[in-house]
Design a binder for this molecule. Structure first.
Ligand code: GLU
Ligand code: MG
Length: 447
């Protein structure tokens, strides 16, 4: 879409404000909006933003990071292709943005530019990653300061479906109007818990759309007097919200994860990619499941993948090879990362995933044998023998693993890595010093 086309659409549709969206190191979505007046200029040169925002944590506490204090500006420069009219906000549109320096080059801390760099590394090898985020979320009403789930119905229950059918209809419509068709919807296990899936797309588009989907899930709820939360563990004693990432690697029109000659259809390329992901998984978790609350979700026997392993259709494995569908074997061969949730910055999550998988490809790594049982049912000795260890059990452990992962740090670059670690470590300090209620308030209505 050209700027002229965008401006014409804005005019035709009576759009008054266009939100310039970004996702920070804290995984929250923030924006500044441009009025129609002056929009043409802002589409090309961006909106000014303090450099400090990339050092802001999810409590709005600014962290001391070199070069990210009160002095200095970046520009939020939109990618015009991402323009959408927001069906849930009156006369409002949105674009996703890059953080650019004043000289027009990407700011080193720009997460979206990091993902573009990782996509370029794949493109140099003729490859591209396609991904889909599968969002689980909880619907609640806020009553006297407490969040009460909208139902207490059973998993996949039609009673639960009926309870929220008007919300889901509005959600599906709002997504469709943003060119993000809904694939599937159902009521999940937890009270008030829902799950939607949307189509897979090239990594950058998938990450952009993930932010639009999160915005839509929450905003449609707000319009109906509900609160939608994508927090990883919205209530301590209720099911967790995963945001599983399905991914596959393509060369032109062929799925490089697919090998029709193998029983499980997973190619050697797929196996090496998985081996890279497993190899870097502890540090990768700090990007894909990055909040304090994330580690109350990733615990054994909650189907979130707490032990480092992979398996076929194994929902206790953080890396699950999904069985392909008959008649569409190549198109449907994909791998799922379960150790992921919607408190992540999706650009960092997918960029880190590419870095890890590519490392597996480059080094020709082979994964250990697949695990086809719940790893929690193996004895400590059996797990040790098979090289199955526990993934980080806290945000702090995940951040330490990231800080020790030279490959991931190197691909992030020093500015982004430093800012990211400072922001997330400060969240750990804040929430580790607080109680359960403080943790819930700090996550429920922010993700
Ligand atoms: N709610 C689970 C999670 O935390 C996932 C359940 C499922 O397999 O869909 O990831
Ligand atoms: Mg699910």
């Amino acid at each position: 879409m050209t700027a002229d086309e965008l401006l014409a659409t804005v005019e035709d549709r009576g759009v008054r404000l266009v939100r310039f969206l970004w996702c920070g190191n804290d995984g929250t979505v923030r924006a500044k909006a441009s009025a129609r007046h002056g929009l043409a200029g802002r589409l090309s040169s961006g909106i000014g933003l303090t450099v400090a925002m990339q050092a802001m944590n999810a409590l709005d506490h600014l962290q001391p990071v070199a070069g990210m204090g009160p002095v200095g500006e970046v520009r939020l420069v939109p990618d015009l292709e991402t323009f959408r009219i927001l069906p849930y906000a009156p006369h409002t549109g949105a674009v996703l943005t890059d953080h650019m320096r004043l000289d027009g080059t990407p700011a080193p801390v720009c997460q979206r530019s990091f993902l573009k760099r990782m996509e370029r590394s794949l493109a140099e090898r003729g490859l591209s990653l396609r991904a889909a985020f599968e969002n689980e979320f909880s619907l609640a009403t806020a009553l006297d300061g407490a969040y009460v789930p909208v139902d207490s119905a059973l998993c996949f229950s039609t009673i639960a479906m009926t309870a929220v059918q008007d919300y889901v209809d509005e959600l599906a419509t709002a997504l469709e109007l943003q060119r993000i068709p809904l694939e599937q919807y159902y009521a999940e296990l937890g009270h008030g818990q829902q799950e939607i899936s949307t189509p897979h797309a090239p990594a950058l588009q998938a990450a952009d759309e993930q932010l639009l989907v999160r915005e839509t899930i929450r905003a449609v709820a707000t319009r109906r007097g509900l609160v939608a939360s994508l927090a990883p563990k919205p209530w301590p004693d209720n099911a967790g919200n995963g945001c599983h990432v399905h991914f596959s690697l393509w060369e032109g029109r062929s799925n490089r994860f697919y090998d029709g000659a193998r029983e499980d259809r997973l190619s050697n390329t797929g196996r090496s990619f998985i081996a890279g992901v497993l190899n870097h998984l502890p540090g990768l978790c700090a990007l894909t499941a990055p909040s304090f609350n994330s580690y109350h979700r990733i615990v054994p026997q909650f189907w979130a993948g707490a032990f480092r392993c992979w398996g076929h259709d194994n929902r206790e494995a953080p890396v699950r090879v999904a069985s392909p569908f008959a008649g569409a074997e190549e198109a449907s061969t994909n791998v799922e990362l379960k150790a992921a949730d919607a408190s992540c910055n999706p650009y960092l999550a997918l960029g880190g995933l590419i870095a890890a998988g590519l490392d597996g490809l480059e080094r020709g790594l082979e994964p250990p044998g697949p695990v086809e049982v719940d790893p929690a049912t193996l004895s400590d000795d059996e797990r040790a023998e098979r090289g199955i260890d526990r993934l980080p059990a806290t945000q702090a452990e995940a951040l330490d693993a990231l800080a020790a992962d030279g490959l991931l740090l190197g691909t992030l670059g020093v500015e982004l890595a430093d800012a990211y670690l400072a922001v997330r470590r400060s969240e750990w300090e804040a929430y580790a010093a607080g109680d359960q209620a403080f943790e819930q308030q700090g996550h429920f209505a922010k993700y």
